[in-house]
Design a protein around this ligand. Structure first.
Ligand code: E4P
Length: 217
């Protein structure tokens, strides 16, 4: 399973990248706004900076909701850097646009996916990635990981090439369960990635080893 970081924060991207386990980045308009990035040129520059930091796909989301608007934005986004993947919402014009991007060799990430039916449409249109939002599903008292399992089963049965990108990750257990479910990619906040490191027995064991090593000196 590939690890993407789900942020537009450059310090967090650097910290995850320095671990050596980062395969890409996802952003969305809310994450960009959180960093205080304002204006078209600043947004484009920020995507460029991220692409120069991480050697892997960087999802940049369109803001348009019409076929023409999405295509126009997507064409500009892919000119920023070869790593840009155009992130398109799961709406009717979004699906049409994904098909157009597929036919024109432009990679896409179909976002805001909450059902297996939506994931089938995204795959039929040729999306490179499909992003089911598992944390938001959990927030409404459904099991988001079950959706990942179902989409993985369908894609395997049908031979779809779209990669299942588990998004809206809230904690390290989500990452573990998505890996078990067969997700191709997990896009995570830095806190969830670092949470994978944690185990009290590791800390206690290391403390004891270091103490015993001192006795040998
Ligand atoms: C990433 O592709 C998604 O936009 C992101 O994971 C959504 O996460 P959230 O539900 O925490 O906002």
């Amino acid at each position: 399973m590939k690890f993407f970081i789900d942020t537009a924060n450059l310090a967090q991207i650097k910290e995850a990248n320095d671990l050596g386990i980062l395969d890409g980045v996802t952003t969305n308009p809310s994450l960009m706004a959180k960093e205080g990035i304002k204006g078209h040129d600043a947004v484009m520059q920020h995507y460029k900076t991220i692409c120069e930091m991480v050697d892997g796909p960087v999802s940049a989301e369109v803001l348009g909701t019409t076929f023409e608007g999405i295509i126009e934005e997507g064409k500009k986004l892919v000119q920023i850097h070869k790593n840009i993947v155009v992130k398109v919402p799961m709406i009717k014009d979004g699906i049409k646009a994904i098909k157009w991007f597929t036919d024109n060799d432009i990679r896409t990430n179909c976002t805001l996916v909450f059902s297996a039916g939506q994931a089938i449409l995204a795959a039929k249109a040729g999306a490179s990635f499909v992003s089911p939002f598992i944390g938001r599903i959990d927030d409404s008292s459904w099991d988001g990981v079950q959706l990942i399992e179902q989409i993985v089963r369908i894609y395997n049965a049908q031979g779809f090439m779209t990669e299942v990108l588990a998004a809206s990750i809230r904690n390290p257990l989500h990452i573990v369960r998505c890996a078990e479910a067969g997700a191709d990619v997990c896009t995570c906040p830095l806190s969830s990635i670092l949470g994978l490191l944690k185990h009290p027995l590791t800390d206690l064991g290391l403390e004891q080893f270091l103490k015993d090593a001192q006795a040998m000196q």
